[in-house]
Design a protein around this ligand. Structure first.
Ligand code: CDP
Ligand code: CDP
Length: 225
C-alpha cells in the first residue's frame, strides 16, 4: 500500500485551493483540512462576542474556550464551533472582511497551528491555507502553491456569488481580495509566501480538472521517488 502522505496547498484568496484540495482528497481517499475555515470560525465568534479584533490576548483566550470541528459532509465540509453549525455564516462578508485582522496575532496562530498539526499526524491529509508548506507542515511530501491574477480571482468570486443570488460589483471584490492579499502577505508571523520547495501553479487560465490532475501527477511522482 502506498504511504499516506501530507499534501500542503497554499495560495491567496480564490486561487482555487479549497476546490482542488477537496477533489484531490476525494481521489486519494484522504481527509481534507480547510485551515481558513478555522480562522473564519474564530473571527465569526469574536465578532458575535464583540471582542476587539486588535487584542491578540483576548482572541487567544477566546480560542482556548472554542472548539472548532471540521466534519466531512456531502457538500464538502461542515464547520462546527462549540457544536454550532456555522458553515454558512463563516463565509459572510463581515467575516471575510475581518479574518485577516484576527489571523495576524501570534496568540491565535500558535494555537491554530498546534491543532492543525495534531489533525495531520497520521498523514493521508490534504491541508490548504496560507502557511501550510512554510510553517504548519514543513515536512509535507508534496507542497503546492496556487496563484492566479487578481482579476481572475475576483471574477471567480463574482460568479460564485451570482450563483447564490448575490450581486457584488466586480471592482469591490477585486479590492477586497487585494486588501486581504496584502494583509496576509505582509503580516509579521507566517506570512503568505511560497515555500522554497513548493511547486507553483498559475491557475489563471487553467480548468479545475487540469489543476487537480497536475497535483495528482506530482503526488504520483513523489510516491514513486
Ligand atoms: O477561501 P479564501 O481564500 O477566501 O480564504 P480562507 O482560506 O478561508 O482564509 C481566510 C483567511 O484566514 C485568510 O485571508 C488568512 O487571513 C487566514 N488564514 C491564515 O492566516 N492562515 C491559514 N493557514 C489559512 C487562512
Ligand atoms: O480556496 P480558494 O479561496 O483558494 O479558492 P476556491 O474557493 O477553491 O475557488 C474559488 C472559485 O474559483 C470557485 O468557484 C472555483 O470553482 C473557481 N475555480 C476556477 O474557476 N478555476 C480554477 N482553476 C480553480 C477554481
Amino acid at each position: 500500500m502506498n504511504k499516506r502522505i501530507q499534501i500542503a496547498i497554499d495560495g491567496p484568496a480564490a486561487a482555487g485551493k479549497s476546490t482542488v484540495a477537496k477533489k484531490v482528497a476525494d481521489v486519494l481517499s484522504y481527509i481534507y483540512i480547510d485551515t481558513g475555515a478555522m480562522y473564519r470560525a474564530l473571527t465569526y465568534k469574536a465578532l458575535k462576542k464583540d471582542i476587539d479584533l486588535h487584542d491578540g490576548a483576548a482572541l487567544g483566550m477566546l480560542l482556548d474556550e472554542t472548539t472548532i470541528k471540521l466534519v466531512p459532509s456531502e457538500n464538502g465540509q461542515k464547520v462546527l464551533v462549540n457544536g454550532e453549525d456555522v458553515t454558512e455564516e463563516i463565509r459572510y462578508q463581515n467575516v471575510t472582511n475581518h479574518v485577516s485582522l484576527v489571523s495576524q496575532h501570534g496568540e491565535v496562530r500558535e494555537e491554530m497551528v498546534k491543532r492543525q498539526r495534531e489533525m495531520a499526524t497520521e498523514g493521508g491529509v490534504v491541508m490548504d491555507g496560507r502557511d501550510i508548506g512554510t510553517h504548519v507542515l514543513p515536512n509535507a511530501e508534496v507542497k503546492i502553491f496556487l496563484k492566479a491574477s487578481v482579476e481572475e480571482r475576483a471574477l471567480r468570486r463574482y460568479k460564485e456569488q451570482k450563483q447564490k443570488g448575490i450581486e457584488t460589483p466586480l471592482d469591490q471584490l477585486k479590492e477586497e481580495i487585494a486588501t486581504r492579499d496584502k494583509l496576509d502577505s505582509e503580516r509579521e508571523i507566517s506570512p503568505l509566501i511560497k515555500a522554497e520547495d513548493a511547486f507553483e501553479i498559475d491557475t489563471t487560465s487553467m480548468s479545475i480538472e487540469d489543476v487537480v490532475n497536475l497535483i495528482l501527477k506530482k503526488v504520483k511522482e513523489r510516491s514513486e521517488a
